[in-house]
Write a protein that binds this ligand. Structure first.
Ligand code: WQD
Length: 338
């Protein structure tokens, strides 16, 4: 079975490509490398000893996507392509809506034109919004997002819901990711953000390796056990395994389904920093700062649906996440650029 990964050279895409190849699937990647590198794809090929068909295209370009579909005849699509920086989306909302929604529509049009019926979509816990209490369950109504990035995910979910009604043969899985961190245990592939990281774990690892002077913990006056925000951190390899299970599910079920990919266990910012220091036997320079606008105090999954319908559960713990994130950063201080 051949899977087309839109945005497959990115952080989650390349780990998923690796696990798909390890499970006997063929992989085609389309990526414009706007926030990723061809080197990641080369490393996945080296780790697996398998070839990936790689197309440098912008998935917004529907004509090019159709050409690749005609050439490769994929059986299913996984849609990872999109802009994802929360703060940037507030500064550049038009670019975010244009890019993320166009990309989704061009993939759906190419699927319609070529008869591809199966797709997995990378959504986010952010769509639960501010109204719902954690743990988040898939049957909760979606909430209000705090930024345009989140709204693009929420709107794209709606697009998939509407499209699903038009063709009973379609099989669509919306995966709502929680907070992916970690890296493949080899340290050959991992998260490589451009510029100053927005997310916590790359900020920790870049501080640990000396690229950043210190981490600022955004607020310790939340109504949580230690005052810092709690998140559902999930190892990117567990997330990748979740996609392999979702591909199997696409092959058994038709219609549309929404599934959380999280561990169900929240950890605070300070718990993550302390676990990182302990497992890697090092100090991370940090200070307590003020709250960051838009942060929710607590966000974690009810992970029971993934276990029930996919037969998937996260296997790797916080220590694995901290060790593997550091192993990647230590081996690649400048990411893929060197
Ligand atoms: C985690 C915690 C921060 C940086 C966002 C998106 C989500 C998903 C992942 C991406 C929070 C704290 C962070 C720092 C800190 N999207 N923090 N100092 O905000 O839960 O989720 O990224 O593609 O949709 O909303 O993740 O890693 O930014 O923050 O104290 O320098 O770490 O306040 O409590 P978040 P995060």
């Amino acid at each position: 079975m051949k899977i087309f990964l839109a945005g497959g050279a990115g952080y989650i895409g390349c780990h998923t490509a690796l696990q798909l190849l390890n499970n006997g699937y063929e992989v085609v990647i389309a990526d414009n490398f706007s926030n990723s590198c061809p080197e990641a794809v080369k490393r996945v090929e080296a780790l697996t000893g398998k070839k990936i068909a790689l197309y440098e295209i912008d998935v917004q370009d529907g004509a090019k996507v159709k050409e690749v579909f005609a050439q490769e005849q994929p059986d299913a699509v996984i849609h990872f392509a999109g802009l994802k920086a929360v703060g940037e989306s507030v500064q550049q909302p038009i670019r975010y809506y244009r890019n993320n929604i166009n990309t989704t529509l061009s993939l759906l049009e190419a699927m319609e034109a070529t008869g591809v019926k199966k797709i997995i979509f990378s959504s986010s816990a952010t769509v639960y919004g501010e109204e719902n209490p954690s743990p988040y369950k898939e049957n909760m109504p979606k909430g209000s997002c705090t930024n345009p990035y989140g709204w693009t995910k929420s709107m794209m979910e709606q697009i998939f819901q509407d499209v699903a009604l038009t063709d009973p043969e379609l099989s669509i899985v919306i995966l709502r990711y929680f907070n992916p961190i970690g890296a493949h245990e080899s340290g050959e592939i991992g998260e490589d953000p451009k510029g100053i990281p927005n997310n916590l774990m790359p900020y920790i690892t870049q501080t640990a390796v000396g690229i950043r002077e210190k981490l600022t913990v955004f607020g310790d006056d939340y109504d949580t056990p230690d005052g810092t925000c709690q998140r559902d951190y999930i190892h990117v390899m567990d997330l990748a395994d979740g996609h392999v299970k979702a591909v199997e599910y696409l092959n058994r079920e038709q219609g549309i389904d929404i599934i959380n990919l999280g561990t169900g266990t929240p950890y605070s910012v300070l718990e993550l920093v302390n676990a990182f220091q302990k497992v890697n036997d090092m100090k991370v320079n940090y200070v307590i700062g003020t709250r960051r606008a838009g942060d929710l105090p607590v966000c974690y999954a009810d992970a029971s649906k993934a276990a029930r319908v996919l037969g998937w559960k996260a296997k790797r713990g916080l220590e694995d996440m901290c060790r593997d994130s550091w192993n990647w950063q230590r081996k690649n201080p400048q990411g893929y650029r060197k």
